[in-house]
Design a protein around this ligand. Structure first.
Ligand SMILES: Cc1cc2nc3c(=O)[nH]c(=O)nc-3n(C[C@H](O)[C@H](O)[C@H](O)COP(=O)(O)OP(=O)(O)OC[C@H]3O[C@@H](n4cnc5c(N)ncnc54)[C@H](O)[C@@H]3O)c2cc1C
Ligand SMILES: *[C@@H]1O[C@H](CO)[C@@H](O)[C@H](O)[C@H]1NC(C)=O
Ligand SMILES: *[C@@H]1O[C@H](CO)[C@@H](O)[C@H](O)[C@H]1NC(C)=O
Ligand SMILES: *[C@@H]1O[C@H](CO)[C@@H](O)[C@H](O)[C@H]1NC(C)=O
Ligand SMILES: *[C@@H]1O[C@H](CO)[C@@H](O)[C@H](O)[C@H]1NC(C)=O
Ligand SMILES: *[C@@H]1O[C@H](CO)[C@@H](O)[C@H](O)[C@H]1NC(C)=O
Ligand SMILES: *[C@@H]1O[C@H](CO)[C@@H](O)[C@H](O)[C@H]1NC(C)=O
Length: 453
């Protein structure tokens, strides 16, 4: 895992969809026949069954966690790579008709592989053919750090990155959406109503329908931003620095781009940041920098979706409250534990909240982790303690609880649901009940409708 954060694409990205496809035979033979029947034009060119020589490469192309890339991992009966809305509508209708489950995949970054793995017979709708991105030097979109994260899952789950203290989450900047619901209808903000429009801005993917386009509000960034990367070892007082960082971050200015040095001198002098540590570049160049490509790598690398890391990982999140920073002694305990881990890579990422995040109400979107959070801890290792409190749906963790896919109960779902969504969980259930009462769009951690209590 090089790239720990997600796409920060300083642009408006829209999936532009509109078209059709076809099929072949088994429990999925009926499904394939159905696709063909529903949509005989061109659909045959975007259907992959296991006997197709490209099936494995299409499946593996967007797998971002080696844990779900084994021969034991359940595989889809069919992969459909739609070129248009009609193809998606056909896949939805035929899956319903023949009792197959659907998994929608965009970037494939789901931490538990839910966009391409299921224990029930399933079909992947892989949106790989539907992406359009334009670049700008001074307009940006506040999302994650990793250039390969898909807008389908990332924005559906909230989406945080370098600009969250200035502008909030990706989901805070959705102006409109195009969503195909379980009935195959194409809905936008006006036709779906404000309840569903609220739910799709952070309630998680594969729950309310298939997002085929986002209309996003862009934000301005200065022509030049400054980045730095300083390393401090334990011998260089790293424990103290991390401890002090916790009280410093609350005082950081929202503008992490300008006035960096003077701001750091004021808020966090202990770090000893000097001019030589700092590099100036454009915002879009900084996305390449944070994805750890060498300096001056062409911006075109941002359009390259070929698989990078094949690391197998397990991740967990927790939130640290403003009132309870982690004491130095506890940090020492954490380092000790990291050193004991029998893992190739173990990492701990602290993401500062505060700033704009404090100003947005907990109920304005389903993402509830706003005021009062000092930072989020993001652990990445196969071996971590089980101590869940609050968590972030985009860093999905099935240890928090799972739906039974055959018979999802509200009670079961509430266990993991309130960790991700706090009191917003019940409103999400209410919306789900209205728009997908039969629970067609579902996975191990999707919001259940009340009818499946
Ligand atoms: C290397 C890496 C770096 C990351 N960095 C960050 C970061 O900086 N900040 C951050 O907030 N998160 C980050 N994440 C987490 C990321 O935001 C989530 O995994 C997100 O859900 C990924 O979206 P995706 O489309 O790539 O994933 P997918 O696996 O394709 O989808 C994730 C979920 O959304 C559903 N889904 C996908 N597309 C659609 C659609 N069009 N309509 C409806 N449902 C859909 C899927 O079925 C699945 O349930 C990172 C993940 C990885 C692996
Ligand atoms: C595999 O599927 C693709 C997409 O439907 C199709 O274009 C191709 O001809 C198929 N290849 C084989 C060997 O069947
Ligand atoms: C998945 O496995 C194939 C070989 O079976 C390998 O080529 C590919 O890199 C792997 N991808 C990931 C993400 O582990
Ligand atoms: C570490 O902290 C001690 C005590 O605060 C200080 O004397 C020392 O100079 C610091 N070391 C480094 C490398 O900053
Ligand atoms: C920051 O520095 C560390 C240690 O030198 C290095 O491993 C890492 O890749 C650097 N990160 C970036 C974004 O340059
Ligand atoms: C990157 O490009 C700039 C401008 O072309 C140049 O001044 C700089 O030396 C280059 N940096 C590296 C590390 O190659
Ligand atoms: C579904 O689950 C609920 C609660 O977990 C249980 O009471 C009920 O019997 C189950 N129904 C079926 C059909 O399995």
């Amino acid at each position: 895992m090089n790239c720990l954060s997600s796409s920060k694409f300083p642009f408006l990205f829209l999936f532009l969809f509109s078209f059709s496809w076809v099929a072949s035979a088994d429990p999925h033979e009926d499904f394939l026949q159905c696709l063909h029947y529903q949509n005989s034009n061109a659909i045959s060119k975007v259907i992959y069954t296991p006997i197709n020589s490209s099936y494995s490469s299409v499946l593996q192309f967007s797998i971002r966690n080696g844990r779900f890339n084994t021969s034991a991992t359940p595989k889809p009966l069919v992969i459909v790579t739609p070129l248009n809305v009609a193809h998606i509508q056909a896949a939805i209708a035929c899956s319903q008709k023949h009792g197959l489950q659907i998994r929608v995949r965009s970037g494939g970054h789901d931490y538990e592989g839910l966009s391409y793995v299921s224990v029930l017979p399933f079909v992947i709708i892989d949106l790989i053919n539907m992406r359009t991105v334009t670049k700008s030097r001074t307009l940006a979109f506040p999302a994650g750090v990793c250039p390969t994260v898909g807008s389908g899952g990332h924005i559906s789950g909230g989406g945080h990155g370098m600009m969250m203290r200035k502008y909030g989450l990706a989901a805070d900047h959705i102006i409109d959406v195009k969503l195909i619901d379980a009935k195959g209808r194409i809905l936008d903000r006006a036709s779906m109503g404000e309840d569903l429009f609220w739910a799709i801005r952070g309630g998680g993917g594969n729950t309310f329908g298939v997002v085929v386009a986002w209309k996003l509000e862009l934000v301005t960034v200065p022509p030049t931003v400054t980045v730095f990367n300083v390393t401090r070892t334990l011998e260089q007082n790293a424990t103290k620095l991390v401890h002090q960082w916790q009280s410093a971050i609350g005082k950081f200015d929202e503008d992490l781009f300008d006035r960096l040095l003077s701001m750091m001198q004021q808020s966090f002098p202990q770090l000893g940041l000097v001019k030589e540590d700092c590099i100036e570049m454009s915002w879009i160049e900084s996305t390449v920098y944070f994805a750890q490509f060498p300096r001056n790598t062409s911006l075109d690398v941002l359009l390259d979706r070929s698989p990078g890391s094949t690391v197998s990982f397990k991740a967990k999140t927790d939130y640290v409250n403003v009132k309870e920073p982690i004491p130095e002694i506890a940090l020492e305990g954490i380092w000790e534990r990291l050193n004991q881990l029998d893992a190739q890579v173990a990492q701990l990422q602290f993401t500062a909240y505060g700033g704009k995040m404090d100003e947005i109400s907990e109920t304005s979107t389903p993402f509830p982790h706003r005021a009062g959070n000092l930072f989020q801890i993001h652990y990445m290792t196969p071996y971590v303690t089980k101590n869940p409190r609050q968590a972030y749906i985009n860093y999905r963790d099935l240890d928090l609880g799972m739906n039974n896919l055959g018979n999802t109960s509200y009670k079961q779902a509430r266990i993991w649901g309130t960790k991700y969504f706090k009191n917003n969980f019940d409103r999400l259930v209410h919306v789900k009940t209205k728009v997908d009462p039969d629970n067609f769009f579902r996975n191990e951690q999707s919001i259940p409708p009340l009818s499946s209590w």
